[in-house]
Design a protein around this ligand. Structure first.
Ligand SMILES: Nc1ncnc2c1ncn2[C@@H]1O[C@H](COP(=O)(O)OP(=O)(O)OP(=O)(O)O)[C@@H](O)[C@H]1O
Ligand SMILES: [Mg+2]
Length: 349
């Protein structure tokens, strides 16, 4: 089978120190790792998700796209590749354009979750830094409305007093040119769940707990930009994940159930990573969904989805091929073609 890995690649050096513009885009090493995992069983082409993508897809004519592209420019950027694939009639892995856009805009995702009774912290979308915050109760956290990879979520994003909120809203507005999401801050434990599959075949891989005890003394107990990208480096990794998370079976089932419902009501497909935090009563709430989950290949780079897969006995390459298999099943692409290719009789590499 001919598989196109469609990606956006992060420039190797940031334009300026602290420039987080491309934080969500994949490093060359991740794109190569995905391609080589697939190349063991398929013919693989790599296509950059730039302004020439329509011509590239028409030229390469893949049977399916393995989509890891974060897209360009707008709050709908993650939808670009899925929508173009639909226009060209090419199947692709993962969620569709609507789900990707709804999950990137955290307020839209939370509205859908709330409608379906899936717990998520109370919130307001704020454009006027002096606007009302009621009925939200402090502490609060202030985040950009449609970013990921902890862009704009710094150690100082937590507001213990309402009067600390306006400056944080102004900073989000000035730096990211978008509304701020002001949300009730949950003090409890944090987990992330990797979900894989569809319908009755949907599986929750072993939960990952974020262990804030590994952060520098005095840091807020959040998985901030500093925690992801500054304090945690491949040469000095923070041991910030515990997987499988040490949770009693009842709590594990409750977290899994909340995540399955979140996956389903947002219309996610094939895979998704869901961040969860416990409230003061120990009840799980969905913080956000990542239907295009990060998959850094190096175990020392602290990437949750591959970590959860490893705990389930699935190596990196197996995980990538399993996502492709699930997407093929969903699209009714014959397993036979996959098996033939895997055996080297289908013309694949
Ligand atoms: N309401 C909240 N209560 C407590 N902590 C929160 C809340 N919202 C966010 N956080 C903390 O901030 C971190 C980053 O927030 P969030 O997951 O919304 O950002 P993100 O940039 O989309 O993350 P990702 O890197 O997973 O894409 C969370 O992992 C959590 O530690
Ligand atoms: Mg997150």
């Amino acid at each position: 089978m001919r598989v196109a890995v469609v990606y956006n690649c992060r420039p190797s050096t940031p334009a300026a120190p602290g420039d987080d513009r491309y934080a969500e885009w994949d490093e060359r090493g991740t794109i190569d790792a995905v391609s080589s995992a697939l190349a063991r069983a398929h013919e693989v082409v790599e296509i950059e998700a730039d302004a020439d993508i329509v011509e590239s897809l028409k030229r390469e004519r893949p049977d399916i796209v393995f989509n890891i592209a974060e897209g360009i420019n707008s709050q709908n950027r993650e939808s670009q590749v899925p929508i173009i694939c639909e226009m060209l009639g090419i199947p692709y892995t993962g969620s569709d354009g609507f789900t990707l856009a709804a999950c990137l805009n955290k307020a839209r995702a939370k509205e859908i979750l709330s409608y379906h009774g899936v717990p998520t912290p109370a919130f307001r979308v704020v454009t006027d830094s002096n606007g009302p915050l009621a009925p939200l109760a402090p502490p609060l956290i202030v985040k950009p409305l449609w970013e990921g990879s902890s862009m704009g979520v710094g150690d100082d994003s937590v507001a213990r007093r309402p009067r600390d909120v306006p400056a944080k809203v102004r900073r989000v507005r000035a730096r990211y040119r978008q509304p701020a999401l002001v949300e009730e801050y949950l003090e409890g434990r944090e987990f992330t769940a990797a979900l894989i599959g569809n319908g009755p075949g949907l599986r929750v891989l072993p939960l990952v707990e974020i262990d804030f005890g590994t952060l520098p003394a005095g840091a807020n107990r959040i998985y901030s930009f500093e925690a992801k990208w500054v304090w945690d480096r491949p040469e000095a990794p923070l041991r910030i994940f515990t997987c499988p998370a040490p949770v009693d079976p009842a709590l594990r089932r409750e977290i899994e159930e909340v995540c399955r419902r979140a996956f389903t009501v947002l219309g996610c497909r094939d895979w998704c990573r869901i961040d969860v935090r416990l409230d003061g009563e120990g009840r799980p709430h969905v913080i956000e969904l990542n239907p295009l989950p990060g998959i850094l290949p190096d175990p020392d780079q602290n990437s949750c989805f591959p970590k959860a897969a490893r705990a389930a006995g699935m190596g990196y390459a197996e995980l990538v091929r399993e996502v492709l298999r699930i997407a093929c099943d969903r699209n009714g692409i014959a397993e036979g073609r996959l098996k033939e290719a895997a055996l080297g009789t289908g013309g694949g590499k």
